[in-house]
Design a protein around this ligand. Structure first.
Ligand SMILES: CCCCC/C=C\C/C=C\C/C=C/C(=O)SCCNC(=O)CCNC(=O)[C@H](O)C(C)(C)COP(=O)(O)OP(=O)(O)OC[C@H]1O[C@@H](n2cnc3c(N)ncnc32)[C@H](O)[C@@H]1OP(=O)(O)O
Length: 323
């Protein structure tokens, strides 16, 4: 049986004025940037082909059990991705790699949607593992940041529907993961959520900020980012950082399932393209500035003042934990 092929070739003029700054820094930079810019287009094309093949998705059994991420599909065809890196699901390179792979698995499986949650009873995710940033090996730090970018591209730009069942604290990178989903149900109680980077003496990258500005109002986001605000669950609901308060994890998952059910009668291609178009701008922005973003992160880590702030923050965390 023959298969249709679609060719989409791009020839870049690496000496064009717009490419010169990057080409002079790095070989093949112009080609890399062209490739990045083509990704949203190719994504839509892949989606269109995949949906044309099967309008009624058949959900394959999927159960991937890495040590750090548990991925299962329930009877309704919803993938449940559970982060399980004790004690606080801090996002180190290994956990990010597993999340990235699990997101690929969900995409391949054509699940009805995905719910992101945690195996900890009190922490959804403590955000980036600070030890990856403190006195880092630069090669590893580069891989760490690139993998974090990959995870964000795959989660924020996923064609499948996503929801977060936030069953505990969600600072910084934990908040980012949940905001990258389309819907958030958070367990009520003493938990907090927010982008608190400035409290650590670091600056949330632009794409973290963009993700927040597309979740809560620009005014609230600016105040929250500059003051390192950690929202209580009630405050988070009030400013729409979360969509619902749940009584416990099971309730949070049920609320996420109810959200995902809304898409049962919506043609999947129309839904996916609409989502991607709504999210296109921040995705394109990071695609075009991806290398610069990595370099900015690495130079940030080399800054002695940043290292000093991280050291003090780690000491404070350890003192608190020891009490
Ligand atoms: C313009 C230029 C831009 C370029 C970009 C440059 C820089 C930006 C870079 C990065 C952005 C950063 C994003 C982040 O995500 S930074 C991480 C922020 N996270 C936090 O601040 C959370 C800190 N943790 C807590 O507040 C609490 O632990 C908790 C999550 C509320 C849970 O509290 P609980 O009481 O349950 O646990 P403990 O506090 O006792 O912690 C147990 C244990 O875990 C260690 N730990 C906690 N959090 C982290 C972490 N994020 N990374 C590593 N380790 C962590 C803690 O120290 C304890 O360890 P111990 O060995 O003492 O048991």
């Amino acid at each position: 049986m023959g298969r249709a092929l679609v060719w989409d070739a791009t020839c870049v003029d690496s000496l064009a004025a717009s490419h010169l700054p990057s080409t002079s820094q790095k070989a093949a930079a112009a080609a890399e940037s062209a490739q990045m810019l083509k990704r949203p287009k190719m994504f839509l094309l892949r989606q269109a082909v995949s949906n044309a093949r099967q309008l009624a998705p058949s959900v394959r059994a999927m159960s991937s059990k890495g040590p750090l991420v548990d991925l299962t599909v329930d009877n309704d065809g919803v993938a449940i991705m559970t982060l399980q890196r004790p004690p606080v699901n801090s996002l180190n390179l290994d956990l990010l790699k597993e999340i990235s792979k699990s997101l690929d698995d969900v995409a391949k499986n054509k699940s009805r949607g995905m719910i992101l949650t945690s195996s900890s009873p009190t922490v959804f995710s403590a955000g980036l593992d600070i030890m990856e940033m403190y006195k880092p090996d630069m090669k590893r730090a580069e891989e760490f940041w690139t993998t974090l970018q990959d995870v964000w591209f795959k989660l924020y730009g996923s064609s499948f529907a996503t929801a977060a069942a936030i069953n505990g604290h969600a600072p910084a990178g934990g908040c980012l993961l949940s905001m990258s989903c389309e819907y958030r149900a958070m367990v009520g109680g003493k938990f907090t959520i927010g982008l608190n980077e400035t409290a650590l003496g670091i600056v949330a990258p632009k794409w973290f900020m963009d993700t927040m500005c597309r979740t809560i109002s620009m005014r609230q986001a600016e105040l929250a980012l500059t003051t390192a605000k950690m929202f209580t669950v009630d405050e988070a609901l009030k400013c729409e950082l979360i969509d619902e308060i749940a009584t416990d994890k099971a309730d949070a998952i049920n609320k996420c399932k109810t959200f995902l059910k809304k898409f049962e009668k919506i043609p999947p291609l129309a839904r996916a393209i609409t989502k991607l178009k709504m999210r296109e701008e921040p995705i394109k922005n990071l695609q075009t500035s991806r290398q610069a973003d990595v370099q900015e992160f690495l130079s940030f880590l080399k800054n002695p003042k940043v290292q000093q702030s991280l050291e003090m923050y780690i000491q404070a965390l350890k003192q608190k934990a020891a009490k």
